[in-house]
Design a protein. Structure first.
Length: 224
């Protein structure tokens, strides 16, 4: 899962990055609304965290412009302007939620998860597919009731596939969503992770299908 942080305070941005990376989210950071517009137009993100007090174009203007362009990703306002008016204005122009600074990281993480869930029309923090259950709140995975060990990137790839299932997730999208701008992720590395996941999911009769030239998708779980 990939989050764009639009924040001109480097300490706040770094705090968010550390907190979200800890739960295997990929975080990219820009300091202006203009950079945010470009990044969101060109690349795939699952959510953006937007500061209201930004240099030049402020956060409210950014949010309004993104929605006018038809960008539908969840937008979470994180602002020091703790007057109710600013937050209400933010929701009015198209933000999905807001938090005021200083904020508690666990609450921010919970809200990010909830917003992404809602954007995929999921009601629970547990992503389930056949005998597989990925609990995104507890960060635990079970296959046929037994704990499944999924190191960072294997978790991220499987989560991306589950969120889109049964649709195809392109390899480019996986690379962007998991590597981010700092990422060293290559198409070959993705293939290695997919192959490891296939081995781990085999006991549950779950298949990751290669869609040639495009990417991967989870097959409908076999019945019986
Ligand atoms: Ca600011």
């Amino acid at each position: 899962m990939r989050v764009l942080v639009v924040e001109d305070d480097p300490l706040v941005a770094e705090g968010i990055r550390q907190g979200l990376s800890h739960i295997n989210m990929t975080v990219d950071h820009v300091t202006t609304g203009e950079q945010a517009e470009l990044s969101l137009a060109e690349e795939a993100f699952d959510l953006a965290i937007v500061d209201l007090g930004l240099p030049r174009m402020d956060g409210l203007t950014l949010i309004r412009r993104l929605r006018q362009r038809g960008l539908g990703l969840p937008l979470l306002i994180l602002t020091a302007r703790d007057t109710l008016t600013d937050c209400v204005d933010g929701l009015d122009v198209g933000a999905d939620d807001y938090m005021t600074k200083p904020f508690r990281l666990p609450e921010l993480i919970a809200r990010v998860r909830a917003l992404v869930r809602r954007s995929h029309s999921l009601s629970s923090a547990v992503l389930a597919w056949g005998g597989l259950q990925l609990d995104t709140a507890r960060h635990t995975a079970l296959l046929l009731g037994a704990p499944l060990d999924l190191p960072g990137r294997e978790w991220s790839i499987l989560e991306a596939l589950l969120l889109q299932a049964p649709n195809v997730v392109s390899k480019d999208r996986l690379i962007q969503s998991i590597g981010g701008w700092e990422g060293d992720l290559t198409p070959n590395a993705i293939e290695v992770y997919i192959s490891r996941l296939r081995t781990k999911l085999a006991p549950g009769n779950l298949q990751i299908r290669t869609v040639r030239g495009i990417g991967y998708r989870l097959d409908e779980p076999a019945l019986g």
